[in-house]
Design a protein around this ligand. Structure first.
Ligand SMILES: C[S@@+](CC[C@H](N)C(=O)[O-])C[C@H]1O[C@@H](n2cnc3c(N)ncnc32)[C@H](O)[C@@H]1O
Length: 295
């Protein structure tokens, strides 16, 4: 449908702001601006404002969320990528770059690059985004690295459909199933970066989440079991089979869960460490598969 020539009028704008404000949207003006930019007609805008006023998350109404500077498609019923998860993406990209610099130095390139600062990657980094939801983490990692072989998987068919749109742009593949189950066997022992933003809210705390999350994101995306670490423990236990020697698993947790998550990584044979960003209020547990002999 083509945009109507007089749309948006001052009246459209004012009506949207008034309606959103009355519904309790704190950032009514900003939200109205975004909704107006997404709508084609006054009727389309009114329908979007109605959905937002009824409590649907802004990202589901718009159909996208901003993540790591990318516009990620997010369908209704799919977990909305959180700003704090950008920390996990940054840590993962930094690890890949450091590994590339070390490999280059080992290969004798240090003479041209004595500081080991060359950011280019000598080969495509093999990235798996497990529990991918919309695929935001994998798509952002691929965009940041430039050269990546990207694979993503999720158990929820709605997430998989959505992720296919985001991951296709990076030339990646998306599979549906339980954790590692649907991944191609040829990835075993080859994964450089395994990112898994698993559900980690303790079951008893799901009811305390903001209404937007409780009502509009699926429970399977939020509920991590009694202490929130059920899925994380399964991901950690399976990781050594899939990681390349020296490869890394990165998982987001709450600050309180991090020590127990690190223990689970250690039990699985990974070398654990915890990174925290106070700016993004984000905690990431990183587990590294020990390099093999000569690695
Ligand atoms: C917290 S959301 C994270 C989504 C995405 N990685 C992000 O950061 O935006 C967790 C995702 O894990 C998926 N999930 C939960 N249990 C799973 C399982 N056993 N196997 C695969 N995916 C699972 C959910 O469907 C959901 O999409």
């Amino acid at each position: 449908m083509s945009a109507s020539p007089s749309f948006p009028s001052g009246h459209d704008r004012a009506a949207a702001v008034t309606r959103l404000r009355a519904a309790g949207c704190v950032f009514a003006e900003d939200e109205a601006r975004l909704l107006i930019s997404a709508a084609q007609t006054p009727a389309g805008l009114a329908a979007m404002v109605d959905r937002r006023a009824a409590g649907q998350p802004l990202e589901h109404v718009l159909g996208w969320a901003e993540f790591c500077g990318l516009r990620i498609a997010v369908d209704p019923g799919v977990f909305i990528p959180r700003r704090r998860t950008e920390f996990l993406v940054r840590r993962a990209a930094a690890l890949a770059r450091r590994a590339a610099a070390l490999a280059r130095r080992a290969a004798g390139a240090a003479r041209q690059d004595p500081a080991g600062q060359d950011p280019t990657l000598p080969r495509a980094v093999v990235v798996v985004d497990l529990c991918c939801g919309s695929g935001a983490v994998g798509a952002a990692l691929a965009a940041s690295l430039g050269r990546a072989e990207l694979h993503a998987a999720d158990i929820d068919p709605a997430a998989v459909r959505c992720a296919r749109r985001n991951v296709a742009a990076a030339g990646g593949r998306v599979y549906q199933g339980d954790l590692y189950g649907p991944l191609p066997a040829r990835l075993r022992g080859r994964v450089d970066l395994l990112a898994a933003n698993v559900p980690y809210v303790p079951s008893g705390d799901v009811g305390l989440l903001p209404a937007e999350a409780r009502a509009h994101e699926p429970r399977v995306a939020l509920d991590g079991g009694a202490d929130g670490l059920d899925v994380l423990r399964r991901v950690a236990a399976g990781a050594p089979l899939w990681l390349a020697p020296g490869g890394h698993l990165l998982v987001e947790t709450s600050e309180r869960q991090a020590p127990r998550a690190a223990e689970a990584f250690g039990r699985a044979g990974l070398i654990p460490r915890v990174a925290h960003s106070s700016r993004l209020n984000s905690t990431v547990v990183i587990g590294t598969r020990p390099p093999g002999p000569g690695g």
